[in-house]
Design a protein around this ligand. Structure first.
Ligand code: SAH
Length: 220
Protein backbone atom coordinates (compact mmCIF):
# COMPACT_ATOMS: atom_id res chain seq x y z
CA UNK A 1 0.00 0.00 0.00
CA UNK A 2 1.35 3.43 -0.82
CA UNK A 3 1.81 6.11 1.83
CA UNK A 4 -1.16 8.06 0.38
CA UNK A 5 -3.40 4.97 0.36
CA UNK A 6 -2.44 4.19 3.94
CA UNK A 7 -3.32 7.69 5.01
CA UNK A 8 -6.61 7.42 3.14
CA UNK A 9 -7.41 4.16 4.90
CA UNK A 10 -6.78 5.74 8.30
CA UNK A 11 -4.33 2.98 9.22
CA UNK A 12 -1.59 5.48 10.01
CA UNK A 13 -3.75 8.25 11.43
CA UNK A 14 -3.60 10.01 14.77
CA UNK A 15 -6.68 8.00 15.77
CA UNK A 16 -4.84 4.72 15.16
CA UNK A 17 -1.89 5.94 17.24
CA UNK A 18 -4.26 6.98 20.02
CA UNK A 19 -5.60 3.42 20.12
CA UNK A 20 -2.03 2.17 20.45
CA UNK A 21 -1.51 4.60 23.33
CA UNK A 22 -4.69 3.39 25.03
CA UNK A 23 -3.25 -0.12 24.92
CA UNK A 24 0.01 1.17 26.45
CA UNK A 25 -1.98 2.75 29.29
CA UNK A 26 -3.86 -0.53 29.78
CA UNK A 27 -0.49 -2.27 30.10
CA UNK A 28 0.60 0.12 32.84
CA UNK A 29 2.46 2.97 31.12
CA UNK A 30 1.62 6.16 33.04
CA UNK A 31 4.25 8.72 31.95
CA UNK A 32 2.24 11.45 30.20
CA UNK A 33 5.30 12.84 28.39
CA UNK A 34 6.02 9.48 26.81
CA UNK A 35 2.37 8.75 25.98
CA UNK A 36 1.85 12.17 24.35
CA UNK A 37 4.97 11.74 22.27
CA UNK A 38 4.06 8.25 21.11
CA UNK A 39 0.61 9.51 20.10
CA UNK A 40 2.39 11.91 17.74
CA UNK A 41 5.34 9.89 16.42
CA UNK A 42 4.61 8.27 13.00
CA UNK A 43 5.92 4.73 13.69
CA UNK A 44 4.74 3.60 10.24
CA UNK A 45 7.55 5.67 8.71
CA UNK A 46 10.12 3.50 10.53
CA UNK A 47 9.12 0.21 8.89
CA UNK A 48 9.01 -0.79 5.25
CA UNK A 49 5.83 0.07 3.38
CA UNK A 50 4.54 -3.53 3.29
CA UNK A 51 4.40 -3.52 7.12
CA UNK A 52 3.13 0.03 7.61
CA UNK A 53 -0.47 -1.07 8.19
CA UNK A 54 0.72 -3.08 11.22
CA UNK A 55 2.87 -0.32 12.69
CA UNK A 56 0.42 0.55 15.48
CA UNK A 57 -0.07 -2.98 16.73
CA UNK A 58 1.90 -3.61 19.90
CA UNK A 59 4.45 -5.77 18.10
CA UNK A 60 8.13 -5.86 17.23
CA UNK A 61 8.39 -5.96 13.41
CA UNK A 62 11.29 -7.02 11.15
CA UNK A 63 13.51 -4.20 9.82
CA UNK A 64 15.95 -6.39 7.87
CA UNK A 65 19.44 -7.69 8.77
CA UNK A 66 17.80 -10.07 11.28
CA UNK A 67 16.78 -7.12 13.49
CA UNK A 68 13.44 -5.73 14.68
CA UNK A 69 11.88 -2.40 15.56
CA UNK A 70 11.15 -2.78 19.27
CA UNK A 71 7.60 -3.34 20.48
CA UNK A 72 5.85 -0.03 21.35
CA UNK A 73 5.20 -1.19 24.93
CA UNK A 74 8.92 -1.89 25.45
CA UNK A 75 9.93 1.45 23.91
CA UNK A 76 7.46 3.22 26.22
CA UNK A 77 8.63 1.27 29.28
CA UNK A 78 12.31 1.95 28.62
CA UNK A 79 11.81 5.60 27.79
CA UNK A 80 9.69 6.13 30.91
CA UNK A 81 12.35 4.38 33.03
CA UNK A 82 15.00 6.63 31.54
CA UNK A 83 13.20 9.93 32.28
CA UNK A 84 11.64 8.86 35.59
CA UNK A 85 13.90 11.07 37.71
CA UNK A 86 13.86 14.07 35.37
CA UNK A 87 14.67 14.71 31.74
CA UNK A 88 18.35 13.86 31.11
CA UNK A 89 20.38 16.33 29.11
CA UNK A 90 22.65 14.01 27.12
CA UNK A 91 21.61 10.45 26.28
CA UNK A 92 23.54 7.61 24.66
CA UNK A 93 21.46 5.05 22.76
CA UNK A 94 23.03 1.72 21.80
CA UNK A 95 21.21 -0.04 18.94
CA UNK A 96 19.73 2.65 16.66
CA UNK A 97 17.88 0.06 14.54
CA UNK A 98 14.98 1.73 12.74
CA UNK A 99 15.57 5.07 14.49
CA UNK A 100 12.08 5.10 16.09
CA UNK A 101 13.36 5.08 19.66
CA UNK A 102 16.04 7.58 18.63
CA UNK A 103 13.40 9.98 17.29
CA UNK A 104 11.39 9.71 20.50
CA UNK A 105 14.46 10.35 22.65
CA UNK A 106 15.48 13.30 20.49
CA UNK A 107 12.03 14.81 20.99
CA UNK A 108 12.35 14.52 24.77
CA UNK A 109 15.96 15.42 25.56
CA UNK A 110 18.38 18.09 24.27
CA UNK A 111 21.10 15.80 22.83
CA UNK A 112 21.17 12.16 21.71
CA UNK A 113 24.19 10.07 20.69
CA UNK A 114 23.17 6.88 18.89
CA UNK A 115 25.42 3.91 18.10
CA UNK A 116 24.58 1.07 15.68
CA UNK A 117 26.77 -1.81 14.42
CA UNK A 118 24.93 -2.41 11.10
CA UNK A 119 25.89 0.37 8.69
CA UNK A 120 22.81 0.25 6.36
CA UNK A 121 20.42 0.47 9.34
CA UNK A 122 22.36 3.43 10.69
CA UNK A 123 22.29 5.18 7.30
CA UNK A 124 18.55 4.61 6.94
CA UNK A 125 17.81 5.92 10.45
CA UNK A 126 19.95 8.98 9.78
CA UNK A 127 17.98 9.65 6.57
CA UNK A 128 14.64 9.22 8.32
CA UNK A 129 15.47 11.63 11.11
CA UNK A 130 16.85 14.06 8.52
CA UNK A 131 13.51 14.00 6.67
CA UNK A 132 11.75 14.64 9.96
CA UNK A 133 14.05 17.63 10.63
CA UNK A 134 15.33 16.09 13.86
CA UNK A 135 18.78 17.60 14.22
CA UNK A 136 19.89 16.85 17.79
CA UNK A 137 21.21 13.32 17.17
CA UNK A 138 24.82 12.36 16.44
CA UNK A 139 25.08 8.88 14.90
CA UNK A 140 28.04 6.53 15.10
CA UNK A 141 28.79 3.23 13.34
CA UNK A 142 30.38 1.08 16.03
CA UNK A 143 30.08 -1.79 18.49
CA UNK A 144 28.14 -0.23 21.35
CA UNK A 145 29.42 -2.71 23.97
CA UNK A 146 32.05 -0.06 24.63
CA UNK A 147 29.57 2.81 24.60
CA UNK A 148 30.95 5.97 23.04
CA UNK A 149 33.49 7.33 25.56
CA UNK A 150 34.44 10.40 23.49
CA UNK A 151 31.14 12.09 24.32
CA UNK A 152 30.67 10.73 27.84
CA UNK A 153 29.85 10.87 30.62
CA UNK A 154 26.12 10.75 29.86
CA UNK A 155 23.09 11.55 32.00
CA UNK A 156 21.43 8.38 30.75
CA UNK A 157 22.13 5.37 28.51
CA UNK A 158 19.52 3.18 26.80
CA UNK A 159 20.51 -0.16 25.25
CA UNK A 160 18.08 -1.85 22.82
CA UNK A 161 19.79 -5.24 22.51
CA UNK A 162 20.72 -7.74 25.23
CA UNK A 163 24.30 -8.60 26.29
CA UNK A 164 24.77 -11.79 28.34
CA UNK A 165 26.33 -9.74 31.10
CA UNK A 166 26.29 -6.09 32.03
CA UNK A 167 29.07 -4.23 30.13
CA UNK A 168 30.87 -2.35 32.91
CA UNK A 169 32.21 0.19 30.41
CA UNK A 170 28.66 1.53 30.03
CA UNK A 171 28.40 2.20 33.77
CA UNK A 172 31.75 4.02 33.58
CA UNK A 173 30.26 6.39 30.99
CA UNK A 174 27.39 7.47 33.27
CA UNK A 175 27.46 10.59 35.43
CA UNK A 176 26.84 10.04 39.14
CA UNK A 177 23.04 9.87 39.46
CA UNK A 178 22.72 8.83 35.81
CA UNK A 179 20.72 5.77 34.75
CA UNK A 180 21.42 2.89 32.37
CA UNK A 181 18.35 1.02 31.10
CA UNK A 182 19.39 -2.30 29.55
CA UNK A 183 18.10 -5.83 28.93
CA UNK A 184 20.64 -8.37 30.26
CA UNK A 185 20.79 -12.15 29.79
CA UNK A 186 20.36 -14.72 27.05
CA UNK A 187 17.45 -16.53 25.41
CA UNK A 188 14.36 -16.57 27.59
CA UNK A 189 16.26 -15.40 30.65
CA UNK A 190 16.60 -11.72 29.93
CA UNK A 191 15.74 -9.05 32.41
CA UNK A 192 15.22 -5.38 31.79
CA UNK A 193 17.40 -3.59 34.35
CA UNK A 194 17.93 -0.03 35.48
CA UNK A 195 21.37 0.68 36.92
CA UNK A 196 21.84 4.02 38.63
CA UNK A 197 25.39 5.21 39.09
CA UNK A 198 26.25 6.22 42.65
CA UNK A 199 29.36 7.90 44.06
CA UNK A 200 30.86 4.50 44.92
CA UNK A 201 29.35 2.06 42.43
CA UNK A 202 25.86 1.48 41.12
CA UNK A 203 22.42 0.48 42.36
CA UNK A 204 20.40 -2.00 40.32
CA UNK A 205 16.72 -2.58 39.89
CA UNK A 206 14.95 -5.33 37.91
CA UNK A 207 12.12 -3.84 35.84
CA UNK A 208 10.72 -6.98 34.15
CA UNK A 209 11.39 -10.11 32.11
CA UNK A 210 11.91 -9.28 28.43
CA UNK A 211 12.95 -10.68 25.06
CA UNK A 212 15.38 -8.61 22.99
CA UNK A 213 17.70 -9.41 20.07
CA UNK A 214 21.27 -10.07 21.32
CA UNK A 215 23.88 -7.33 21.63
CA UNK A 216 26.44 -8.64 19.14
CA UNK A 217 30.20 -8.24 19.01
CA UNK A 218 31.91 -6.09 16.40
CA UNK A 219 30.39 -4.19 13.48
CA UNK A 220 28.22 -5.86 10.83
N1 SAH B 1 15.27 0.68 19.26
C1 SAH B 1 15.53 0.04 18.00
C2 SAH B 1 15.91 -1.40 18.30
C3 SAH B 1 16.44 -2.16 17.18
S1 SAH B 1 16.87 -3.82 17.56
C4 SAH B 1 14.26 0.09 17.18
O1 SAH B 1 13.19 0.10 17.78
O2 SAH B 1 14.32 0.12 15.96
C5 SAH B 1 18.47 -3.64 18.28
C6 SAH B 1 19.51 -2.97 17.43
O3 SAH B 1 20.75 -3.10 18.15
C7 SAH B 1 19.75 -3.62 16.07
O4 SAH B 1 19.66 -2.65 15.08
C8 SAH B 1 21.16 -4.19 16.18
O5 SAH B 1 21.89 -4.17 14.96
C9 SAH B 1 21.77 -3.28 17.21
N2 SAH B 1 22.95 -3.86 17.88
C10 SAH B 1 23.15 -5.15 18.29
N3 SAH B 1 24.36 -5.26 18.86
C11 SAH B 1 24.93 -4.03 18.82
C12 SAH B 1 26.19 -3.52 19.26
N4 SAH B 1 27.10 -4.29 19.86
N5 SAH B 1 26.44 -2.21 19.06
C13 SAH B 1 25.54 -1.40 18.46
N6 SAH B 1 24.32 -1.82 18.03
C14 SAH B 1 24.03 -3.13 18.20
Amino acid sequence: MTEAALRGSGMTSLRTRKRMVERLVARGITDERVLALMARMPRHLFVEEALASRAYEDLALPIGHGQTISQPYMVARMTAALVQNGIPERVLEVGTGSGYQTALLASLVPQVYSVERIAPLLAQARRRLGHMRIGNVIFHHSDGHWGWPEHGPYDAILVAAAPNELPESLIDQLKVGGALVIPVGSGLHQRLMRHTRTAHGHAEEILETVHFVPLKDGVG
